[in-house]
Design a protein around this ligand. Structure first.
Ligand SMILES: NC(=O)c1ccc[n+]([C@@H]2O[C@H](COP(=O)([O-])OP(=O)(O)OC[C@H]3O[C@@H](n4cnc5c(N)ncnc54)[C@H](O)[C@@H]3O)[C@@H](O)[C@H]2O)c1
Length: 359
């Protein structure tokens, strides 16, 4: 039987969700979309040859009327928790766009409710499913790096004033955060995932250098310290002239060196392991060139969620994974605001702590 699916929020990232649903048409029935702006629902439904898809401007009415099995929330980030909790309360499995929420308390409430109700909760960090990243992760899990020593995540992108004016929630503390929380969180997630999740301390600077019309940072520089002795480096910005340059992840171990690059870590550019006989073959086989920085990851992420629902297991990128990415960014924000190292784990933190930081 197909799962009845509904998308809440029909903006910029919504077409990637609809494409993923269409790519899983054998398992998902696109039952409804929801957005306060009817024309956005029509735009996102343009590739869908199905007039039966219901449209709602009120997601609560949609939940009551349609009773979906699976919802995706792709609204502004500050609404993820409230809408996500309503979906879970209504008994829906949930894919929530990144970041999972803007406070750890909200993320914890979502994780607890999903567990209490036996529902799958997935944070949409789709780059984990890039061919390049899956290949690197397999090498980490196989111990091919030896001891991981350090890694680096560089996100050198550009966002102009038109991008922020298009959706005024972007760059605000209440609804978004800055470059690290919005654009860079994917690679920050990957860095932490690869280096062992057990993050113990963060030291950071953040600043708003070139976007005076947003509240939050457009540059973040951080050093991460892991419990296993490894270090991580984060350099994330939306200030690059004149457009997106690269999103790059380096990993250095005693027996391996890897670089994933391209616009959004879609290409393996260095693959050096003792005993590797065909590094160029690996680079060629595990590199892709997607049309934009969102990549091809939504479709395999949806495949994982469908499988997780069917097999009563957590999603590969579950709520706790989403919380770890959020915690990392909030720890960076706090370290920068305090001008001091911050120890992890954090029990409470929220973007609202930083209101007025660059005023
Ligand atoms: N995974 C990725 O690579 C990726 C890429 C871009 C954005 N995102 C995330 O996706 C989310 C949306 O970003 P965007 O750039 O598409 O934003 P957007 O502003 O283009 O779209 C958000 C949409 O949500 C709608 N919305 C607001 N309140 C709603 C409600 N109560 N019910 C239903 N719809 C509502 C808005 O009308 C708007 O159409 C953000 O959290 C962002 O961080 C993820």
């Amino acid at each position: 039987m197909k799962l009845r699916y509904a998308l809440i929020g029909c903006g910029r990232i919504a077409p990637n969700h609809i494409a993923a649903v269409l790519n899983h048409a054998d398992r998902l029935e696109l039952a409804a979309v929801c957005d306060p702006h009817p024309e956005r629902m029509e735009a996102v439904l343009a590739p869908v040859q199905n007039p039966a898809v219901q449209r709602f401007t009120d997601y609560r009415r949609m939940l009551q009327t349609v009773r979906p099995d699976l919802c995706a929330v792709a609204t502004e980030s500050g609404l993820h928790a409230a809408i996500g909790l309503d979906c879970l309360q209504a008994g829906c499995h949930l894919i929530v766009e990144k970041p999972i929420a803007l406070s750890l308390a909200d993320a914890d409430a979502m994780i607890a409710l999903a567990e209490q109700k036996g529902l799958v909760l997935c944070a949409c960090h789709q780059n984990r499913f890039n061919k390049s990243i899956q290949k690197i992760r397999a090498a980490v899990e196989a111990g091919a790096f030896g001891t991981l020593l350090h890694g680096a995540a560089h996100i050198r992108w550009a966002r102009n004033e038109a991008y922020y004016r298009q959706a005024p929630w972007r760059g605000t503390w209440a609804q978004d955060g800055g470059a690290l929380m919005n654009q860079c969180i994917h690679n920050i997630d990957l860095l932490r995932w690869m280096l062992g999740d057990d993050l113990t301390q963060v030291m950071a600077y953040t600043d708003r250098l070139a976007h005076p019309y947003i509240q939050a940072e457009d540059l973040g520089l951080a050093v991460l310290k892991f419990g296993n002795g490894a270090y991580g480096l984060v350099e994330g910005t939306t200030n690059v002239f004149p457009n997106n340059l690269e999103e790059t992840l380096y990993l250095f171990g005693t027996a391996g060196t890897v670089k994933a690059g391209g616009r959004s870590v879609n290409r393996i550019e260095e693959w050096r392991f003792a005993g590797e006989t065909d590094p160029d073959g690996v680079k060629a086989a595990f590199s892709e060139d997607p049309p934009n920085v969102y990549g091809f990851g939504h479709t395999p992420l949806y495949a994982d969620v469908i499988d997780a629902i069917g097999n009563h297991r957590p999603a590969a990128v579950d709520g706790r994974a989403g919380r770890r990415a959020l915690e990392t960014v909030l720890a960076i924000y706090r370290s920068a605001a305090l001008n001091a190292p911050v120890d992890l784990p954090l029990t409470d933190a929220s973007t609202l702590e930083f209101e007025g930081r660059f005023a």
